[in-house]
Design a protein around this ligand. Sequence first.
Ligand code: R5P
Length: 284
Amino acid sequence: MFVVGGSASQLLSKELAKALKCKLARVETKRFPDDECYVRIDDELDDKDVFLVQTAWPDRNIFELFLLQDAIKEFDVSSLTTVVPYFGYARQDKQFMPGEPISARALARLIQLNTDEFITVDVHSPTVIDWFDEISAKNVAAYPQIGRHLKGTGVELILSPDEGRADNAKRVADVVNCEADYLVKERIDGETVKMIPKKLDVRGRKVAIVDDIISTGGTIIKAAEQLRKQGAAKIFAVCTHGVFAGNAIPKLEAVCDDVCTTDTIENPKTCISVAPEIARIATD
Ligand code: R5P
């Protein structure tokens, strides 16, 4: 068994190789002067079960993923499982306006062309899994690891920033062994959200807001501001995928006591690994 790590998922690849007790392949990756990507795998992968790990965001990492799939398939591998820890474009899972692509489906179709199995983590739209209609595809949940991390912080209440993710907050809370609730969010546009005031028992308590993605940070910032007004003693922001568009990190740090993400996207706030969950489902 071998893990091949794409340049966007080096941390997670190392952790996954440890969890699977297998080797991490040597991979050379570089960009030509015209920005075209070059990859080369410097290990023998014939007859091996191979796990390729590469986050599919931003676009340049998606193309590197396709090149790595192709390089792996040039060997006579026993199997290739493509692990895409963060599946970009999952928010465009339907046509919102005529003339648009279904971007998430386009990406799923392309990944499926050159792999035997597929694994992703906390995919924003579960429909994505259905588009892998010719191979086995699995969506791994990060909540056990997020819960384990939060258990050590003394958090007393887990909040989802909207009702849609309330189940996930409850699952995290069950691991921590504390209460869960949700906030009420109204999205105005891609960059603006509004929190509808809701009575919550947060005064003097340590609370965590848990979401799947932090992109602009708008959702968490509005939620944290509301919780602060209601007297929360400490606010932790935790998400699976830390996209952190623009200057989201300093804006979040200004309103939250701590910000933490998993390693599906490597960023300065990565402090939780989802490798144990991927390894568990991969060896099921
Ligand atoms: C929305 O449905 C997602 O679960 C996240 O809440 C959203 O993507 C966060 O985006 P932002 O950080 O830009 O508010």
